[in-house]
Structures are given as C-alpha cells and as structure tokens.
Design a protein. Sequence first.
Length: 417
Amino acid sequence: MSNQDEIMAPLNADVVIENVRIVGSTARSAKVWPVLENACVAWRNGQFIFVGPSADAPTFTAKQVIDGQNQWLTPGLIDCHTHLVYGGSRADEFELLQMGERYEDIARAGGGIKKTVAATRALDEQTLFDSARKRLLPLMREGVTSVEIKSGYGLSIESELKMLRVIRRLNDELPVTVSATCLAAHALPLEYAGRADDYLDMIINELLPLVKAENLADSVDVFCESIAFSAEQATRLFAAATALGFKVKGHVEQLSNSQGTEVVCNFLGLSADHVEYVTETQVQRMATSGVTAVILPGAFYFLKETQKPPIDLFRQHQVPMAIATDLNPGSSPLGSILMAANFGCVLFGFTPYEAFNAVTKNAARALGFENQKGRIALGYDADCLLWSFDHPRQAIHEINLHQPVQSWHLGKERDLI
Ligand code: DI6
Ligand code: FE
C-alpha cells in the first residue's frame, strides 16, 4: 500500500464523538480558558486515536458515533488524595465539638484517629469494601474516573493489608482507576505508644515487603508532623520504600513546619500534600524536584484553620497545584471533588481555570499519570465526561448542581445509577 492509500483509509474506532467543545491543555494564562470549538474525538481500545477540529478529522469506521450537540467534553476528574476506606463514623465527635468540647479531650478519651482505627480493625473485608464503595460512588457520579486511596486506619500488618486489599478490589470491581497508597505511618497505634521507631521498623521490615509481594500499593505516604512522625523518621521510611520500588509522597507542613517537604524533595516524591506552612525555600525545592503541591481545602475548612497554603508562591515558582478532597472520617468528610475545587477558589484564591486543572491534569501528575490521564489528547486514556453546562466554570462555581450526562472510563461508558 502506498502512503497515499494509508492516509485515505478509514480509521477504525470504537467510539467517535462529533461536535463537542473541549478545554485545551495549553493556556496563555491562568485566567483564559483555551477552547477547541467544533471538535471531534475518537478512541480505540480505551485510548484516544484522534482529538482535533472536526474539519481535520479523518474518515472513521466506528462501532458507535455520538453527536455531542455542541456540549462540553472534559477529561475525567481525578481525586488524588483520599482516605475513603474506613470503619465507623465520627459525626458524634463533630456534634460534641459543635457543643463546645475540646478536640484534645475527645482525642484523649479514645476519639479521633484512634476511634477510626478501632472501628476499621473490627470490620471484615467485605463490610469494609461495601462501606468504601458507597463513598466512592458519589465521587464517580460527579465525574471522578481516577482516585487515590490510602490505607492508614489499620496500623497493624493484618489490618493495613486488609485495607489495601479493599482498595485494590475497588479498582478491580468498579469502573474507576484507583491508585493505592500505603499510609501505615499515619499515626502511632496504641500498642506502640512511646515506641515510634519500633513501629517504623515493623513497617519497614515486615509490612512493606508483604505489600510489595502482593502488589497492594503503588506509593508510600507518611504523616510528617509534630503529633505524628518526624522528618528523620520519614527519611528512614522513604529510603526503605524507594528501595522496594514504591513511589513516595507526604502529608507535610499541615499544622506546623516539620520539614517534611525537604524529605519528599530529597526522594523526588510525587507530591507534597497540605503544605499550609511551607516556606518559599521549600517551594523552590519543590519546583526543582518536580514535586506537585496537593492542596486540601476540605481539611482547612473542617478544622477551621487560618494558615492558607501560599498559592502565590506556587504560581511564582511554577509548582503545579492539584486539589483533592482528602475524604476521611475526621478532618475532611468531603465527598465532592467539585466542591473541593470550589473551596480552592473561595478559600485560597484559585481561579476557576486553575481549579479545573487542579482536578484534572495536575492531579494526574500528582499520581504519576501525567502521560496517561487528565487530558483529552492523542494516546491518553479515554476517560472523559460529557456535560450540559454552558461552560466548565459553572461546575466549579455552582455547588452540587452539575453531573456529567455521560461518562467513560478507559473508553467504556459508565452506568453509575
Ligand atoms: N491529616 C489529616 O488531616 C488527617 N490525616 C492526616 O494525616 C486526619 C485524619 C482523621 O482525622 O481521621
Ligand atoms: Fe490526608
């Protein structure tokens, strides 16, 4: 066959969507939405094989052709930081707090993370799976096609493995991509009170090799904070984790500056998360180390914090910013990525376009998916959403008023009723 014939031959596609508007991926500024009007996309085997103006589209032989009716097609949303697998509820503690009790007293009486650990340990794997599925579905209905989920409420070999198996099952049984993170270094379990280094030894010498052997996690995370683990301990953990081939990331500078950011940067980690107390020097380190800032406005809101992450510094030093829900039973019971994006705007000053990128391409980067997800582009996974709004900024502005009219994960249409 000559070259000419090859060009003329119709392209085989599974699905073609004609007549849509697409948010482009290169903007002139953080204020101007780049838009591709009259666009056409096509995919085969779960990956885009054409994205561009309809006028440039080749002829397709397609199993399904959809008229997009000039509606918007966006990439699937990505929630890159959640703790949505857990047992029990902490709504009773919220009630006590609102009635004037002090957080420290509640925690001392066995509340807080300890309470969630006890409740999570008590559940069998199936019950834990069912309750997590119930929390994941609302995110998916809103348009989430990739989500990161952490362990960290087991804090024992058996219970951490149970959580991680549930997380893998969510990936295997639901039409969503789940990135699994081992956060055994979330808090010190009661059995190890006063023996943080022994607990860390257990994670390093026993738990992580088992997690690796069963391929139960992609990354390892740590809560680096005065009330949790130190920068030295985080360094020890990351050295072991990277030696086993895990990617690393950290909960850092949330409540104080504990120098966790430097540790994430030293190990060229995926992301530094929370980062309310980060300094300009640390932001510069993040920029040169390619570390994404994951901003979690839900925890800031629920904890009634006042220290905001320095988003101007991230802009200035061109550190990509992602936004995530941090969905967890205590500090961020927030099951909406679009509301998290809205909080990023209202609480921290993101522009709606920055917030949109923060829950799509920058969130993909925070998971190491930057060449695969978060954009509607040639060769990328066909994770995409068709919406009926007039403009995507509406979904960031108007809380709980927008859901995709159609959604696809790896090229397959999802039915999420
Ligand atoms: N930072 C937080 O805000 C949460 N974990 C963490 O590392 C708290 C999680 C909880 O309260 O259950
Ligand atoms: Fe978190």
